[in-house]
Design a protein around this ligand. Sequence first.
Ligand code: ZN
Ligand code: ZN
Length: 396
Amino acid sequence: MTMIDFKQATENLYDEMVTVRRDLHQHPELAFEEFRTAAIVAEQLTQLGLEVQRGVGRTGVVGILEGAQEGRTVLVRADMDALPIHELNEVEYASTVAGKMHACGHDAHTAIALGVAKLFSQHRDQVHGRIKFVFQPAEEIAAGAKAMIDDGVLTAPRPDVTLGLHVWNSLPIGQFRLGSGAVMAGSKSFRIDIIGRGGHGASPHETADPVVAATHIVSAFQTIVSRNVDPIEPAVVSVTQIHAGDAHNVIPQTAMLSGTTRAFKQEVHRLIEERMHAIVNHVASALACTATLVFSEGTLPVSNDPAVTQQVIGAVAPLTERFQTSVTSEITMGAEDVGLLMTDVPGAFWFIGSANSERGLDYGHHHPRFDIDETVLQIGAEVLARSVASYVCVNG
Ligand SMILES: [Zn+2]
Ligand SMILES: [Zn+2]
């Protein structure tokens, strides 16, 4: 049995992956609205002869590639959703939908996973076990992984390992980041509603001003990370929205704040929440207002299993040699709901450099001019295919 030539195989798939990525890029769909994308994915997986499950976690798709021999089950995760951003790039494959854009690279993830599915469908005789390709919706609202798990994506068959990647514009093309342990923070979002007593802007003494309460709450929040959390522990409390009032001479009745918190440890999350509740309640009441604070369920930190991390680093050694680089760790307070697919199942999630500053392809993720060096499609597919093969191919 000959070994698969991963470099050649993914180079052969390159044009097709570019076509898929550009088509998805032109037709971005937001969280849980990935109907067109899911239909394309399901159609391609069916053509490749995979067993296809549609509507897993509302708009998610699963394709199972059964190998010729018995063996382990590898879950490959790709996300499919776009963002509510108006694209400012003037490329021929720019978004055709006003106000929606693939500004995180999930179009590339879907194209890469489809490419890898095609690669292994052509080498089924070499696969021991099975590969479960998971095309997840709604990553950007941290809800898709949960929805797919609720629909049984981690059962029948249960994966032995979860693998996933993110194209990463903080890194130039040809660089790789994969660290053992926690690499992305757990996140929660929150919303605060402050109720005061409105009135005339010229008669503040007859009102309870929710705008003043809101600003004091935001100021007091700044002490949580600086004065309550152990300085050795990473943590973030960011208020990102303040909404109140409609007129220059009216003290409004209510004010709304929302934002996000990030931390790696559950106990830090708990401390942040306790302090936020205390601040919201006491500051509001001291200023004659009432307030409610509600947290979302949030995402877990992304934590790479040490053994899986080592195996993947070994599997991608030919690439790091070719690019004369090494795999190092990267930790970010960014969050990813892939963490949910890697809690009961050991896994690894890594970052593949996709920036090319000489070509102006180095805007950050979620920027209206975000774009990638598309050679990351070949590199990403080769990295993913080699990693999968190390679990399901004898010569992997
Ligand atoms: Zn994103
Ligand atoms: Zn993303």
